[in-house]
Design a protein. Structure first.
Length: 133
C-alpha cells in the first residue's frame, strides 16, 4: 500500500486538510500521515469548519512534529511551504505544493485553499493508484 506524508509548517491547516481529503477519497488504499516542522498547539478552526462543510471531520486531529522516521516510512512526501526542513531520502517522491497558508484567513479564502487541495489530492491518487476506477 502506498503511503503519503503531508508536511507544512504548523500541521494545523493545509497538511491536515490534505490528509483529510486523501483519507476521505482513497479510504484504506493509501496510508496517510501529516506533520509540521514547527507544529501549532491546535488545528486551525477555520480549516476544520471548511472541511466540515464538505462532510469531512478533521476536528479530532492534532498537529504533529515532523520526524525523520515519518519521512523514511513514506513513499511520497508532499510539502506545503516548509522550505528545506524536510529530510531528503533517495527513492522517495517529493512534491512541493505552493498553497496559501490558511492561518489568519477567513472562511472564503480557506474554502478556495480546501478546493485546490482536493484537486491536487485527486491527481495524486490517480498517480499512486493508476488501476483505480
Amino acid at each position: 500500500m502506498p503511503s503519503v506524508l503531508f508536511v507544512c509548517v504548523h500541521n494545523a491547516g493545509r497538511s491536515q486538510m490534505a490528509a483529510g481529503w486523501l483519507t476521505y477519497l482513497a479510504g484504506d488504499r493509501i496510508e496517510v500521515r501529516s506533520a509540521g516542522s514547527a507544529p501549532a498547539d491546535s488545528i486551525n478552526s477555520v480549516a476544520v469548519e471548511a472541511m466540515r462543510e464538505v462532510g469531512i471531520d478533521i476536528s479530532n486531529q492534532q498537529p504533529k512534529i515532523l520526524t525523520v522516521d515519518s519521512v523514511e516510512a513514506s513513499d511520497a512526501v508532499i510539502t506545503m511551504g516548509c522550505g528545506d526542513v524536510c529530510p531528503i531520502f533517495p527513492g522517495k517522491r517529493y512534491e512541493d505544493w505552493s498553497l496559501d497558508d490558511p492561518s489568519g484567513k477567513g472562511i472564503e479564502a480557506v474554502r478556495e485553499i480546501r478546493d485546490e487541495i482536493r484537486t491536487r489530492v485527486e491527481k495524486l491518487i490517480a498517480e499512486l493508484l493508476p488501476a483505480a476506477d
